[in-house]
Design a protein around this ligand. Structure first.
Ligand code: FAD
Length: 519
């Protein structure tokens, strides 16, 4: 890249949203360069081989796709295969009669197994019927809200009219989601399973008056108009690769190893100064699109950062020699781990963990959920590993805010990891540690990332997986129809921090590109 050049748009941050914006703009004939500080694009949507000498390509951070609109895949001509999981979730629990659990299948094939599982847990069909009614309602909302995410923002009143269901409106947008969960479900375990969708990447309680948990819940149940979470075949890296290919094919340049340090703008044109291993350079453009967090953007502009964000999750990647056996012998581990396997996520347990973390201590029983990618898509494993029965396992822990790690990141991460694995082991017939594969140096194949690790590796502020708190999908400022504006007319947010931008969706990138193109 020449030291100074004029582009229509410089995109700072080559996460998947930056790549989506680049591809749309380049396809519309605009000249575009993406500056990404890391050695490869993708940000939190990448695959890596984290264990030396082991050919297992794990989705290192994000792993499932729900919020990516089909229109983005089609418009950009992406070669991307998504596969449905056969099981939606399994939640083990100790009850008076011994180990048992709740298996929720995906699709009609599993309908009877799911009903029977609810009956086994609760002794009747009422809980299952309540479940079906609750999710039929969220699905109707999903069908009405999801298509709006790639349109100019509706007002709150327009969205309410569009949803046209006052009970659903009250439970999702007005009252803390805990009220609806307690109204619909009696069983603590079932309540907990429902609540987890409100807590992924979000540190809040079921009754938080901020409704932060409702916003998180909404984005977890509206994806694709169904709320299904699907497996990207080949891992998240396959998605990012397809995006980078589409952007390059349309003429965009992707400059990796380019760390932006400064953005200067007069509203009509802008300059971005960056650093590489070889020195510094400047690139000029009409527009700057920031795929970085709003915090990082403020720093680059030399402005006061917005309210600090804070992530609260533990992320663990593992490679196993074999799936562990379960204490609940009624369920095959290949089913239990194919969906989201909930651990210590009963409703009361989640409330306790939140209260402990909020008062400054690690949860005694850290809640988490795990899932096995390679059961649905073995292509991420070298065939020899797959033949040996190896499997990947990815764990996402909740309710451990970044502040708990600030004084001793390594020590707290290690303590949290062993407490989290102990909660998992309570439901296994053999400890997970015995099932771990070994890398080329004989070390167990397990890596853990705290919010501070993600802050350092990905520049997620406070390790927040959505760059900041999620927003409801309506306009708060009539002058910003796409939810991407900043204080400068030619500098736009195109990442997860845009309104409706969180998750692997490409929506932040799409909407920023639409704003530039004046659509
Ligand atoms: C552990 C984890 C698990 C998750 N699981 C899921 C999941 O399963 N499904 C889901 O939908 N979502 C999930 N998410 C959330 C999702 O991954 C993110 O919301 C999404 O990837 C954000 O994409 P983005 O392109 O907006 O930003 P990012 O992916 O954060 O990319 C931003 C890019 O900007 C670069 N950058 C930052 N500053 C600069 C600079 N100054 N100069 C140059 N480059 C810079 C960064 O290096 C990075 O590559 C998860 C996130 C994490 C962390």
């Amino acid at each position: 890249m020449p030291a100074r050049d004029a582009y229509d748009a410089v995109i700072v941050g080559g996460g998947h949203n930056g790549l989506v914006a680049a591809a749309y703009l380049a396809q519309a004939g605009r000249s575009v360069v993406v500056l990404e500080r890391l050695e490869g694009p993708g940000g939190a949507a990448v695959s890596t081989r984290p264990f030396p000498g082991v050919d297992a390509r794990l989705s290192r951070y994000s792993y499932l796709i729900s919020l990516l609109p089909r229109t983005i895949v089609d418009d950009l001509g992406l070669r991307l295969a998504l596969r449905k999981r056969s099981v939606s979730s399994y939640t083990p629990v100790e009850r008076a009669g011994g180990p048992t659990g709740l298996l929720v299948g995906a699709g009609s094939d599993m309908a009877e197994r799911t009903r029977a599982s609810f009956a086994r847990l609760t002794g009747g069909d009422r809980a299952h019927e309540a479940w079906l009614a609750f999710y039929a309602r969220t699905q109707r909302v999903a069908q009405r809200v999801f298509p709006t995410l790639t349109e100019p923002l509706p007002t709150r009143a327009e969205l309410r009219r569009r949803i046209d269901d006052e009970d659903a409106w009250r439970m999702l947008f007005e009252e803390p989601i805990g009220a609806a969960i307690e109204e619909h479900f009696e069983d603590d375990l079932i309540r907990g399973v429902v609540l987890t969708d409100a807590l992924i990447g979000t540190f809040a309680s079921a009754h938080d008056p901020s409704l932060l948990q409702n916003r998180c819940f909404l984005y977890h149940v509206i994806g694709g108009g169904t709320g299904d979470w699907d497996v990207p075949v080949g891992g998240m890296g396959a998605f990012t690769d397809a995006l980078a290919e589409a952007a390059r094919a349309a003429g965009a340049e992707i400059a990796t190893g380019h760390d932006a340090m400064l953005i200067e703008t007069d509203g009509r044109s802008a300059e971005v100064t960056y650093r590489t291993a070889h020195g510094e350079g400047t690139v000029a453009a009409r527009h700057v699109l920031a795929g970085t967090s709003p915090q990082e953007l403020a720093t680059l502009l030399g402005e006061q950062p917005p309210a600090p964000a804070e992530g609260a999750q533990l992320k663990v990647n593992m490679l196993l020699e074999r799936l562990p056996r379960l204490r609940d012998s009624a369920v095959d581990p290949r089913e239990a781990f194919a969906g989201t396997f909930h651990i210590a996520e009963g409703y009361d347990a989640l409330a306790r963990a939140h209260a402990e973390a909020d008062s400054g201590t690690l949860p005694t029983a850290p809640p988490s959920e795990i899932y096995c990618h390679s059961l649905t898509d073995p292509t991420i494993l070298d065939p020899a590993l797959a033949e040996r029965g190896c499997h990947t396992l990815t764990l996402f822990g909740l309710h451990t805010p970044a502040r708990l790690f600030r004084h001793d990141n390594t020590g707290v991460r290690e303590r949290l990891l062993s407490a989290t694995l102990a909660q998992l082991n309570a439901h296994l017939a053999e400890p997970i540690e015995d099932c771990l594969a070994r890398d080329a140096d004989g070390r167990p194949c397990i890596e853990a990332k705290s919010p501070l690790d993600l802050e350092r590796d990905l520049r997620l502020p406070g390790g927040h997986i959505f760059h900041g708190d999620l927003s409801f999908p309506w306009a708060t400022d009539g002058a910003d129809p796409w939810g991407v504006a900043t204080g400068h007319v030619n500098v736009l947010l195109c990442g997860a921090g845009a309104v409706r931008g969180g998750g692997v969706s490409g929506i932040g990138g799409h909407n920023a590109a639409m704003a530039v193109l004046g659509r």
